[in-house]
Design a protein around this ligand. Structure first.
Ligand SMILES: C[S@@+](CC[C@H](N)C(=O)[O-])C[C@H]1O[C@@H](n2cnc3c(N)ncnc32)[C@H](O)[C@@H]1O
Length: 364
């Protein structure tokens, strides 16, 4: 039986990955946009006083209502497109696994096609979500973005956010080759590319990608927080394997950002986190081992890595909870190694900002 256009998605890989990636701190209100069978909304009820869930497809709302009743949970279910059913309302948290499939805007299945061209669905959601957040409220969403010839994907996604009032942490988990991408989604909708009609659809889809200069399709998590400050947008490629759930890391990430905004790092004391390791890689050289790279990495969270040099490694080695403030530590290091103190101070501010943001070191 072919998948019907108003198919209600079961709990799939994407649903599970968003469940894992959603923060678990307690909040007052949650909006689940595009609730489908209600899986995100039902989980959200564990951590929130009130849950509102929306969908464009009435069959989804019927199923979500049944799921909520079986779980003896109260969910406010609203029918409508995107943020229309919650116009003028704000929430402490938004979760969304939207119909983000990147195509030429044709709707074949409401669970995955938005009717918007290319990454228009993710763009709409990312650009409008913050308006529906309370101050300090956070959003955890799945999204997709195209990689276009001559454009950095990070600039593309960052351009969807306002310059004021939003902190964003955008994590690219994978990038798919266009042909593989189209094949995967055709198979997902039970279309067989050996059939002539499906082969034509695949060709039109790929032609559209080519006309628009699409070289790949990126996919990942987008975390937003509403603030009353200039926006801070961090978009990064974290495609390597890691198992920690990102939801609570995202809340910590925003907390670390707050700290950086309100402190002068040179006056602060830092400690290296217990899950941060220093790694030196050596390769055989003419006179024995040659050091080729030094890096610090965190085993927790998304396993961030930073390449450092020997001076930075020495600086980190000198950090103690009861030790010197960073500025004094850098001055000592500059004197000991005959380095220019001002240069080293400037470099260490950049280094420490990056390491605090990613949680490899923490203020004490
Ligand atoms: C990928 S499914 C996610 C379902 C569920 N939240 C989950 O995580 O498994 C996307 C959902 O968005 C709904 N949807 C599609 N277009 C929409 C729109 N314009 N506004 C709101 N919801 C929409 C679909 O009906 C579908 O239930």
């Amino acid at each position: 039986v072919p998948t019907r256009p108003d198919h209600v998605l079961g709990v799939g890989q994407a649903s599970l990955s968003l469940l894992q990636a959603t923060p678990t701190d307690r909040v007052g209100s949650v909006l689940d946009l595009g609730t489908g069978c209600g899986v995100q909304a039902i989980r959200a009820a564990d951590h929130a006083d009130e849950v509102t869930a929306t969908d464009i497809n009435p069959r989804c709302l019927t199923l979500a209502a049944a799921s909520a009743a079986l779980n003896e949970i109260d969910i406010d279910l609203l029918e409508g497109s995107w943020f229309e059913p919650v116009a003028g309302r704000t929430f402490d948290r938004i979760v969304a696994n939207p119909p983000f499939v990147v195509s030429a805007g044709r709707v074949e299945h409401s669970y995955r096609d938005s009717g918007l061209d290319l990454d228009g669905a993710s763009r709409l959601m990312i650009s409008q979500a913050a308006e529906h957040l309370n101050p300090g409220g956070t959003a955890a969403m799945l999204a997709s973005w195209v990689h276009v010839e001559g454009e950095d994907w990070r600039t593309r996604v960052a351009s969807w956010l306002p310059s004021h009032g939003v902190d964003a942490w955008i994590v690219q988990r994978d990038v798919a080759d266009p042909a593989l991408y189209v094949g995967t989604w055709l198979r997902d909708g039970d279309a067989d590319q050996r059939e002539p009609e499906v082969a034509v659809r695949a060709e039109q889809w790929l032609d559209h990608f080519e006309e628009q200069g699409v070289e790949g399709v990126g996919f990942g998590f987008v975390y937003l927080r509403r603030t009353d400050l200039p926006s801070d947008v961090m978009a990064e490629d974290l495609r390597h394997a890691f198992t920690d759930a990102l939801g609570d890391e995202a809340i910590d990430y925003f907390r670390r950002l707050d700290w950086l905004r309100t402190h002068e790092v040179l006056d602060a004391r830092f400690a290296v986190r217990p899950d941060t390791a220093l790694e030196r890689v050596h390769l055989p050289g003419e006179d024995g081992w040659d050091q080729v790279v030094v890096r610090v990495h965190r085993s927790g969270g998304p396993a961030w890595q930073h390449e450092v040099d020997d001076l930075a490694a020495a600086l980190l080695g000198g950090m103690r909870a009861d030790g010197l403030p960073l500025g004094d530590l850098v001055s000592l290091l500059a004197a000991a190694h005959g380095e220019d103190e001002d240069d080293l101070l400037t470099q260490s501010v950049g280094l420490v900002h990056g390491l605090v943001r990613h949680g490899l070191i923490e203020p004490v």
